[in-house]
Design a protein around this ligand. Structure first.
Ligand code: FAD
Length: 507
């Protein structure tokens, strides 16, 4: 075995969410042997959106050493129990994609097979009522309950909505305490080794040179190192996901702070509402082939729940990813590596996954291409499985507008078509390997959008009708009682010293 020639200098380009997440994680895990430097330009700034997350963010925050209550206060965060989709199936439809499990499996069969049968027999309540996370979301309640006393049912599974700018600032202050050097400046050029093609230094406008043996490109959509310098190509997925613009504007909060993200379908895209302690983040994601920026902006402004704060801002993007996210001694994270619209709040998660895989394949200074190839293979799987889930939301819709008819009738990736075919015929969801979204997640979205299977699994017939009614009724009752005990979302935040600012309503 040869002694590794260890990397001693890691240089990160970019100080958005991706850059600071990478900086703190590498400083924590490899800081004893790697000096971490981050270069960012305040003049360029960050993308300034990206505020809804999914539950694994808690694992990242733990790794970063963030204490949860302090994190909630610092980033003006709220709890997120899932995403409510309105108007996706048909114009008046509504469903919620909850985090965590729903109900309880019985024998070899998932809970949702029993629910499908009960629905067929007219004795099922709404699916979300069989989960404490769901009952809490419905009632505007939220807390960190790990279980329900006296039962095996799951407690509350949550993630966060947070202010992306405050999160990056908080990560920065903690990373600097760990010895990360931050250099303010605009990168104007790059030094490369003539023989290996490896990047050796970033050249800043003011003449400074920042060297390194490994570089992480977190320069956002510009993809300065991985794209412009290393020539890593971009796979464009617009033919499956035609939305290519978002217009965003924050507004004042309404009278309540919902503990979930809202996703509201409009005629050529959808709108997000993300409630934070001090404001609500709003955006309208749309296809420029089907709607002008002016019309999209007007639809957004017409659908705010409070006064806008500042002017609406349009962000242009191309959905897709770089098959070579790691090339030579440069790996890209965040927007520089690829982009999937925020329908299921997955971008920050993909940064987290990228960091963890990069750490587990951490090279020496030779940067063996086999490690890069493995990383690229694994990240492509992550991106593609999220992509399929997002396409499914669009493909399975009953809306009449031209945009929605186009996505309903297009060919989808084979990997997705297989899943849809199996579900349609049997109510079964098959997850490939350890793909991110669970069977229950897929089930909620497909059923929520009226993509109903032709039959449920025969194992769900093992209970008599009375037993089935008792089984479901019991779960609903336990969940309902537990939900009654929970504080409101607003009271929960106040209890940790983070009371939200809400619109005052007449008594
Ligand atoms: P950026 O924030 O763009 O940061 C780029 C950094 O590079 C900046 O610091 C910039 O100054 C620096 N830089 C660039 N060029 C130079 C240069 N020449 N010299 C020096 N520095 C330079 N994700 C979620 O998980 N949930 C969401 O709800 C969500 N919503 C989104 C909504 C929209 C409309 C969009 C577009 C994205 C959303 N995302 C969401 C994605 C999320 O915003 C990004 O994944 C996340 O912010 C990471 O961005 P970044 O750090 O890669 O890039």
């Amino acid at each position: 075995m040869t002694k590794p020639n260890r990397i001693q200098r890691l240089t990160i380009l970019g100080g958005g969410t991706a850059g600071w997440m990478a900086a703190i994680a590498f400083a924590r895990v490899l800081g004893h042997q790697v000096k971490v430097t981050l270069v960012e330009s305040e003049a360029i700034g960050t993308v300034g959106v990206g505020e809804a997350t999914i539950p694994p963010i808690k694992i990242f925050n733990q790794l970063a050493g963030l204490e949860e209550d302090e994190f909630l206060r610092q980033t003006k965060a709220s709890l997120k129990l899932g995403i409510e989709f309105s108007g996706w199936g048909g114009a008046d439809d509504r469903y919620i994609h909850l985090f965590g499990n729903v109900g309880q499996s019985l024998g070899l069969s998932e809970f949702f097979q029993y629910w499908l049968r009960a629905r067929e027999e007219g004795i099922a309540k709404d699916f979300d009522l069989y989960s404490l996370t769901g009952a809490a979301a419905r009632a505007g309640k939220a807390e960190r309950a790990t279980g329900i006393r006296g039962s095996k049912l799951e407690g509350i599974t949550y993630a966060f909505h947070f202010d992306a700018g405050l999160y990056a600032r908080y990560l920065r202050s903690e990373a600097e305490k760990l010895g990360v050097d931050r250099i303010e400046g605009k990168v104007a050029g790059v030094e490369r080794d003539a023989e290996t093609g490896f990047v050796t230094a970033l050249k800043l406008e003011d003449g400074q040179q920042v060297g390194g043996e490994f570089f992480i490109d977190c320069s956002g959509f510009r993809a300065l190192l991985i794209g412009e310098e290393m020539g890593s190509a971009y796979s464009d997925w617009t033919h499956w996901l035609p939305c290519n613009r978002a217009v965003a504007v924050p507004c004042e909060n309404g009278a309540k702070l919902r503990p979930f993200t809202q996703s509201i379908a409009h005629k050529a895209g959808w709108q997000w509402r993300i409630p934070l302690q001090h404001r609500t983040g709003n955006g309208h994601v749309f296809s420029s082939a089907h709607m002008s920026e002016d019309e999209a902006t007007q639809i957004l402004l017409d659908n705010l729940e409070g006064e806008p704060i500042g002017d609406p801002r349009v962000i242009r993007f191309t959905t897709g990813m770089r098959p070579e996210m790691w090339k030579g001694n440069v790996a890209a994270l965040g927007l520089a590596s690829g982009f999937l619209e925020p329908l299921e709040s997955t971008s920050i998660h993909l940064i987290q996954v990228g960091i963890s895989k990069l750490m587990s394949l951490w090279p020496d200074t030779a940067c063996d291409p086999a490690l890069a190839a493995e990383y690229n293979r694994k990240m492509a799987f992550e991106y593609e499985s999220v992509r399929d889930f997002i396409i499914a939301h669009y493909h399975v819709n009953q809306r009449p507008e031209p945009f929605w008819r186009q996505v309903a009738t297009m060919d989808v990736p084979d990997s997705l078509q297989r899943k849809l075919d199996v579900f349609k015929s049997s109510g079964k969801i098959y997850r490939d390997h350890d793909e991110l979204f669970t069977e229950i997640g897929w089930f909620q979205v497909l059923m929520g959008q009226n993509f109903t299977p032709e039959r449920y699994h025969p194992l769900a017939d093992r209970l008599s009708r009375d037993q089935l009614a008792g089984f479901l009724g019991n779960i609903e009752q336990i969940v309902g009682k537990a939900a009654d005990q929970l504080p409101s979302h607003e009271d929960f935040l106040a209890s940790i010293g983070a009371p939200p600012t809400l619109k005052e309503t007449a008594a």
